[in-house]
Design a binder for this molecule. Structure first.
Ligand code: SAM
Length: 240
Protein backbone atom coordinates (compact mmCIF):
# COMPACT_ATOMS: atom_id res chain seq x y z
CA UNK A 1 0.00 0.00 0.00
CA UNK A 2 1.47 3.43 -0.92
CA UNK A 3 2.45 5.48 2.10
CA UNK A 4 2.86 9.14 2.90
CA UNK A 5 4.22 10.56 6.16
CA UNK A 6 3.82 14.09 7.44
CA UNK A 7 6.55 15.07 9.88
CA UNK A 8 6.10 17.82 12.46
CA UNK A 9 9.52 19.51 12.58
CA UNK A 10 9.04 21.66 15.68
CA UNK A 11 9.74 25.39 15.70
CA UNK A 12 13.38 25.41 14.56
CA UNK A 13 15.82 23.48 16.75
CA UNK A 14 16.73 20.15 15.04
CA UNK A 15 17.22 18.63 18.51
CA UNK A 16 13.51 19.14 19.18
CA UNK A 17 12.34 16.50 16.69
CA UNK A 18 11.03 13.16 17.91
CA UNK A 19 13.07 10.00 17.25
CA UNK A 20 10.22 8.87 14.98
CA UNK A 21 10.46 12.10 12.96
CA UNK A 22 14.24 11.75 12.56
CA UNK A 23 13.88 8.11 11.41
CA UNK A 24 11.22 9.06 8.86
CA UNK A 25 13.46 11.81 7.44
CA UNK A 26 16.51 9.54 7.29
CA UNK A 27 14.53 6.81 5.47
CA UNK A 28 12.76 9.11 2.99
CA UNK A 29 13.19 8.72 -0.78
CA UNK A 30 11.45 12.05 -1.38
CA UNK A 31 11.23 15.02 0.99
CA UNK A 32 8.54 17.57 0.17
CA UNK A 33 8.61 20.93 1.88
CA UNK A 34 6.45 24.06 1.81
CA UNK A 35 7.72 27.50 0.82
CA UNK A 36 5.84 30.76 0.36
CA UNK A 37 7.53 31.84 -2.92
CA UNK A 38 9.32 30.20 -5.84
CA UNK A 39 13.03 30.10 -5.00
CA UNK A 40 12.53 31.03 -1.33
CA UNK A 41 14.14 28.58 1.14
CA UNK A 42 11.76 26.35 3.07
CA UNK A 43 11.84 26.99 6.83
CA UNK A 44 10.79 23.40 7.57
CA UNK A 45 13.60 22.06 5.36
CA UNK A 46 16.17 24.31 7.04
CA UNK A 47 15.17 22.83 10.43
CA UNK A 48 15.87 19.24 9.33
CA UNK A 49 18.64 19.68 6.76
CA UNK A 50 21.35 18.40 9.14
CA UNK A 51 19.30 15.20 9.67
CA UNK A 52 19.00 14.21 6.00
CA UNK A 53 21.02 11.15 5.01
CA UNK A 54 23.45 12.58 2.43
CA UNK A 55 24.43 9.09 1.19
CA UNK A 56 20.81 8.30 0.43
CA UNK A 57 20.38 11.64 -1.40
CA UNK A 58 16.58 11.90 -1.21
CA UNK A 59 14.84 13.94 -3.87
CA UNK A 60 13.90 17.36 -2.40
CA UNK A 61 10.73 18.95 -3.76
CA UNK A 62 9.74 22.53 -2.86
CA UNK A 63 5.99 23.15 -3.01
CA UNK A 64 4.89 26.78 -3.23
CA UNK A 65 2.02 27.92 -0.98
CA UNK A 66 1.50 31.67 -1.56
CA UNK A 67 0.71 33.73 1.56
CA UNK A 68 -2.78 34.83 0.55
CA UNK A 69 -6.31 34.84 1.93
CA UNK A 70 -7.81 34.49 -1.58
CA UNK A 71 -9.87 31.29 -1.30
CA UNK A 72 -9.65 30.43 -5.04
CA UNK A 73 -5.86 30.69 -5.06
CA UNK A 74 -5.65 28.67 -1.85
CA UNK A 75 -7.96 25.94 -3.16
CA UNK A 76 -6.02 25.66 -6.45
CA UNK A 77 -2.74 25.51 -4.56
CA UNK A 78 -3.92 22.75 -2.23
CA UNK A 79 -5.29 20.74 -5.17
CA UNK A 80 -2.12 21.13 -7.24
CA UNK A 81 0.31 20.37 -4.42
CA UNK A 82 -1.70 17.47 -3.03
CA UNK A 83 -1.68 15.91 -6.50
CA UNK A 84 2.13 16.24 -6.71
CA UNK A 85 2.48 14.58 -3.29
CA UNK A 86 -0.03 11.84 -4.16
CA UNK A 87 1.67 10.98 -7.49
CA UNK A 88 5.01 10.62 -5.78
CA UNK A 89 3.51 8.39 -3.05
CA UNK A 90 1.73 6.26 -5.68
CA UNK A 91 5.09 5.47 -7.30
CA UNK A 92 5.87 3.57 -4.08
CA UNK A 93 8.56 5.98 -2.93
CA UNK A 94 8.80 6.78 0.78
CA UNK A 95 7.45 10.31 0.71
CA UNK A 96 7.79 12.66 3.68
CA UNK A 97 6.07 16.05 3.86
CA UNK A 98 7.64 18.50 6.32
CA UNK A 99 5.76 21.06 8.34
CA UNK A 100 6.84 23.58 10.98
CA UNK A 101 5.73 22.85 14.57
CA UNK A 102 2.89 20.34 14.69
CA UNK A 103 0.99 19.24 11.55
CA UNK A 104 -2.43 19.87 13.07
CA UNK A 105 -1.99 23.45 14.25
CA UNK A 106 -2.53 26.03 11.47
CA UNK A 107 -0.52 23.96 8.99
CA UNK A 108 -0.96 23.65 5.22
CA UNK A 109 -0.78 19.92 5.89
CA UNK A 110 -4.38 19.96 7.17
CA UNK A 111 -5.70 20.88 3.69
CA UNK A 112 -3.33 18.54 1.87
CA UNK A 113 -4.34 15.65 4.12
CA UNK A 114 -8.03 16.37 3.45
CA UNK A 115 -7.50 16.51 -0.35
CA UNK A 116 -5.32 13.41 -0.54
CA UNK A 117 -7.52 11.25 1.67
CA UNK A 118 -10.61 12.10 -0.41
CA UNK A 119 -9.00 11.70 -3.84
CA UNK A 120 -6.55 8.91 -3.01
CA UNK A 121 -7.96 6.75 -0.20
CA UNK A 122 -5.51 4.03 -1.31
CA UNK A 123 -2.61 6.05 0.17
CA UNK A 124 -1.92 5.21 3.79
CA UNK A 125 -1.21 8.48 5.60
CA UNK A 126 0.86 8.70 8.78
CA UNK A 127 1.30 11.84 10.84
CA UNK A 128 4.21 12.35 13.24
CA UNK A 129 3.47 15.11 15.75
CA UNK A 130 5.92 17.93 16.36
CA UNK A 131 6.60 20.36 19.18
CA UNK A 132 4.28 23.34 18.84
CA UNK A 133 5.93 26.78 18.71
CA UNK A 134 3.95 28.10 21.68
CA UNK A 135 5.23 25.30 23.91
CA UNK A 136 8.84 26.02 22.95
CA UNK A 137 8.15 29.67 23.67
CA UNK A 138 6.62 28.89 27.08
CA UNK A 139 9.73 26.88 27.94
CA UNK A 140 12.03 29.74 26.86
CA UNK A 141 10.24 32.39 28.94
CA UNK A 142 9.21 30.11 31.83
CA UNK A 143 5.47 30.84 31.69
CA UNK A 144 2.95 28.14 32.58
CA UNK A 145 0.34 28.44 29.86
CA UNK A 146 -2.37 26.90 32.06
CA UNK A 147 -2.49 25.54 35.59
CA UNK A 148 -5.30 24.26 37.78
CA UNK A 149 -8.63 25.54 36.54
CA UNK A 150 -7.14 28.19 34.24
CA UNK A 151 -8.42 28.49 30.70
CA UNK A 152 -6.36 29.49 27.71
CA UNK A 153 -7.17 30.52 24.17
CA UNK A 154 -5.11 30.32 21.00
CA UNK A 155 -5.95 33.10 18.58
CA UNK A 156 -4.64 33.75 15.05
CA UNK A 157 -4.09 37.51 14.96
CA UNK A 158 -4.27 38.09 11.21
CA UNK A 159 -8.02 37.51 10.83
CA UNK A 160 -11.19 39.12 12.20
CA UNK A 161 -10.37 40.34 15.71
CA UNK A 162 -13.95 41.21 16.70
CA UNK A 163 -14.21 38.32 19.20
CA UNK A 164 -10.87 38.86 20.93
CA UNK A 165 -12.30 41.04 23.72
CA UNK A 166 -15.03 38.53 24.57
CA UNK A 167 -12.57 35.62 24.52
CA UNK A 168 -10.13 37.61 26.69
CA UNK A 169 -12.83 38.25 29.31
CA UNK A 170 -13.28 34.48 29.69
CA UNK A 171 -9.67 33.30 29.69
CA UNK A 172 -6.60 33.49 31.92
CA UNK A 173 -4.00 33.07 29.20
CA UNK A 174 -4.15 34.32 25.63
CA UNK A 175 -1.76 33.02 23.01
CA UNK A 176 -1.55 34.91 19.74
CA UNK A 177 0.01 33.30 16.69
CA UNK A 178 0.29 34.25 13.03
CA UNK A 179 1.66 37.64 12.30
CA UNK A 180 3.15 40.10 14.78
CA UNK A 181 2.04 43.02 12.61
CA UNK A 182 -1.41 42.83 14.23
CA UNK A 183 -0.26 42.53 17.85
CA UNK A 184 -0.67 46.26 18.64
CA UNK A 185 -4.39 46.09 17.75
CA UNK A 186 -4.75 43.00 19.90
CA UNK A 187 -3.12 44.63 22.95
CA UNK A 188 -5.70 47.46 23.04
CA UNK A 189 -8.47 44.84 23.01
CA UNK A 190 -6.88 42.87 25.86
CA UNK A 191 -6.59 46.00 27.97
CA UNK A 192 -10.24 46.85 27.25
CA UNK A 193 -11.17 43.29 28.34
CA UNK A 194 -9.75 43.96 31.79
CA UNK A 195 -6.24 42.49 31.73
CA UNK A 196 -4.37 44.61 34.31
CA UNK A 197 -1.01 46.33 33.82
CA UNK A 198 0.72 43.71 35.95
CA UNK A 199 -0.40 40.84 33.65
CA UNK A 200 2.50 38.71 32.40
CA UNK A 201 3.45 39.61 28.84
CA UNK A 202 5.88 37.73 26.59
CA UNK A 203 6.68 38.08 22.94
CA UNK A 204 8.89 36.00 20.67
CA UNK A 205 10.02 36.26 17.06
CA UNK A 206 11.93 33.78 14.89
CA UNK A 207 12.40 31.32 17.76
CA UNK A 208 15.33 28.92 17.47
CA UNK A 209 16.98 30.92 14.69
CA UNK A 210 20.00 33.27 14.72
CA UNK A 211 17.57 36.21 14.70
CA UNK A 212 15.52 35.05 17.69
CA UNK A 213 13.95 37.79 19.82
CA UNK A 214 12.42 36.88 23.20
CA UNK A 215 11.03 39.43 25.65
CA UNK A 216 9.20 38.98 28.95
CA UNK A 217 7.74 41.93 30.84
CA UNK A 218 4.37 43.14 32.12
CA UNK A 219 1.48 44.39 30.03
CA UNK A 220 1.94 47.84 31.56
CA UNK A 221 5.55 47.99 30.31
CA UNK A 222 4.65 47.27 26.68
CA UNK A 223 5.42 50.04 24.19
CA UNK A 224 5.43 50.09 20.39
CA UNK A 225 9.16 49.20 20.53
CA UNK A 226 8.42 45.99 22.45
CA UNK A 227 6.34 44.59 19.62
CA UNK A 228 7.49 42.55 16.66
CA UNK A 229 6.64 43.08 13.04
CA UNK A 230 7.17 39.64 11.56
CA UNK A 231 4.89 36.78 10.64
CA UNK A 232 6.90 34.30 12.73
CA UNK A 233 5.91 35.84 16.06
CA UNK A 234 4.14 34.67 19.20
CA UNK A 235 2.62 36.74 21.98
CA UNK A 236 1.40 35.42 25.33
CA UNK A 237 -0.53 37.46 27.88
CA UNK A 238 -1.49 35.96 31.23
CA UNK A 239 -3.51 37.29 34.15
CA UNK A 240 -1.75 37.31 37.55
C1 SAM B 1 1.18 28.63 9.97
S1 SAM B 1 1.41 28.72 11.70
C2 SAM B 1 2.16 27.18 11.99
C3 SAM B 1 2.10 26.76 13.43
C4 SAM B 1 2.86 25.46 13.66
N1 SAM B 1 2.20 24.36 12.98
C5 SAM B 1 3.04 25.13 15.13
O1 SAM B 1 2.67 24.01 15.54
O2 SAM B 1 3.59 25.94 15.86
C6 SAM B 1 2.75 29.82 11.76
C7 SAM B 1 2.76 30.59 13.06
O3 SAM B 1 3.31 29.77 14.10
C8 SAM B 1 4.13 30.55 14.95
N2 SAM B 1 5.51 30.04 14.84
C9 SAM B 1 5.87 28.85 14.34
N3 SAM B 1 7.20 28.67 14.44
C10 SAM B 1 7.69 29.79 15.02
C11 SAM B 1 9.00 30.23 15.37
N4 SAM B 1 10.08 29.47 15.15
N5 SAM B 1 9.15 31.45 15.94
C12 SAM B 1 8.07 32.23 16.18
N6 SAM B 1 6.81 31.88 15.83
C13 SAM B 1 6.62 30.67 15.28
C14 SAM B 1 3.99 31.99 14.48
O4 SAM B 1 2.92 32.58 15.18
C15 SAM B 1 3.65 31.82 13.01
O5 SAM B 1 2.99 32.95 12.50
Amino acid sequence: MPELTCVGCGPGDPELLTVKAVNAIKNADVIMCPTSKEGKPSIALSVVSSLIDQDKKPEIVHLVFPMTKDSDILKNTWEKNSQIIAESSLSNKKVVYLTVGDPYLYSTWIYLHREISIKHPEIKIKVIPGIVSMFTFAAKVGISLAEGAEKMAVIPSCYDLSQVKEIAKNCDTLIFLKDGRYFDQVISLIREAGFSDDSIFAIGQDLDTDHEIVRKLTLGEVTQDTLTSKYFSIMVVKRV
